[in-house]
Design a protein around this ligand. Structure first.
Ligand SMILES: [Zn+2]
Length: 347
């Protein structure tokens, strides 16, 4: 899922997102709550109409942003009181208000309000935090049942498994959430600083207990190799700022590793960013031209880099999906990983 924090995936138009095959994008409740505000969202008829995006939309609960305002927030059973990073004004998010806001946004997939525990965190903190997250999930579930959609189409609600790196807490979290019967399940609190090995171990552990018929969403992951390893472990959905953010920093993903367009080596290089890629950028422009655009800070550089990086990620996912359907995922994954790690170009 490309990330559209402020109701816009940075440096790419919605029609281009459709062209490169994006099926769903993500919006951030916290940011959209502060600006333009939920009253504007509801008056506009929801984020789909406001942003001109006709395909599916997932919104987060705002929890991640609110909790990252470490010095500006107070966590209580009722919810989280925080000060806006924009003007210092005080606000309260509760599990109920977060569900109602996502009704106003009209997202197809809504997320429960959870605490993404910091890493590292001790077992007692993780225990307390997860117990509250589970109680908040129940309140979100109840509010979701009590309310209805505002714009004539149904919405779904996903639960978020927490528990840091502690298997016994993760197990409790999965059990409690599955009993609440959500439409899908996300693994939260991963890719927050732990090693890839630990992330894979926790993913494996949780996956085994999640219902096979519901989507599994690994939040905030990750690099291409992380996605392939996580798909191998049964994950279905991902969101990450890497393709868009790195693209705007001139770092482009290729099948043989990352390539920075600011490298001197690209100055006289008139070959495509990735000869194996069939995106608009690679079909029409060279590394040398992209380097030039970044050098002179032309907006087109950001746009072409974003198109390529998102296409690269989406193409990787399309190939993974096809390989799964044809029951050759393992061999495809191994070959692709080998290729991705064959020639990492220093940035
Ligand atoms: Zn490309």
């Amino acid at each position: 899922m490309p990330i559209g924090t402020q109701g816009s995936v940075k440096a790419i138009e919605p029609r281009e997102l459709v062209e490169i095959g994006a099926q769903i994008i993500l919006g951030n409740t916290y940011h959209l709550y502060l600006r333009p505000g939920m009253d504007v969202m509801e008056a506009a008829g929801g984020l789909h109409r406001f942003a001109g995006w006709k395909k599916p939309l997932l919104t987060d609960s705002g929890g991640y942003q609110v909790f990252s305002l470490t010095d500006l927030r107070t966590i209580e059973e009722e919810g989280v009181t925080f000060r806006s990073h924009l003007d210092g004004s005080e606000h309260l998010f509760t599990p109920e208000s977060v569900v109602r806001m996502q009704r106003q946004l009209g997202s197809d997939i809504m997320m429960v309000f959870d605490e993404c525990a910091p890493f590292p965190c001790d077992v007692a903190y993780a225990q307390r935090s997860n117990a509250m997250t589970v109680r908040w999930a129940a309140r979100c579930r109840e509010e979701f049942t009590r309310t209805t959609h505002l714009y004539g189409y149904t919405q779904t609600l996903f639960g978020i498994v927490q528990g840091s790196v502690y298997k016994e807490i993760r197990e409790q979290s999965v059990r409690d959430l599955v009993a609440m019967d959500f439409d899908g399940y996300a693994l939260g609190g991963l890719a927050v600083g732990e090693s890839d090995e630990v992330m894979y171990e926790i993913t494996d552990f949780c996956e085994a207990m999640l219902p096979a018929t519901k989507p599994r969403y690994l939040m905030g992951v990750g690099k291409p190799e992380n996605l392939l390893e996580s798909i191998a472990r049964g994950m279905d959905m991902f969101d990450c700022v890497l393709p868009t953010r790195n693209g705007r920093n001139a770092a482009l993903f290729t099948r043989t590793g990352e390539l920075n367009m600011r490298n001197l080596s690209t100055k006289f290089d008139f070959s495509p960013v990735d000869p194996e890629c069939s995106c608009y950028t690679c079909k029409n422009f060279s590394r040398g031209y992209l380097r030039h655009l970044f050098q002179v800070k032309e907006i087109l550089g950001l746009q072409l880099a974003t198109i390529h990086n998102l296409f690269f990620y989406l193409q990787l996912m399309r190939e993974a999906r096809q390989a799964i359907l044809e029951q050759r995922f393992q061999s495809w994954k191994n070959a692709t990983l080998e290729q991705l790690q064959s020639k990492v170009v220093a940035s």
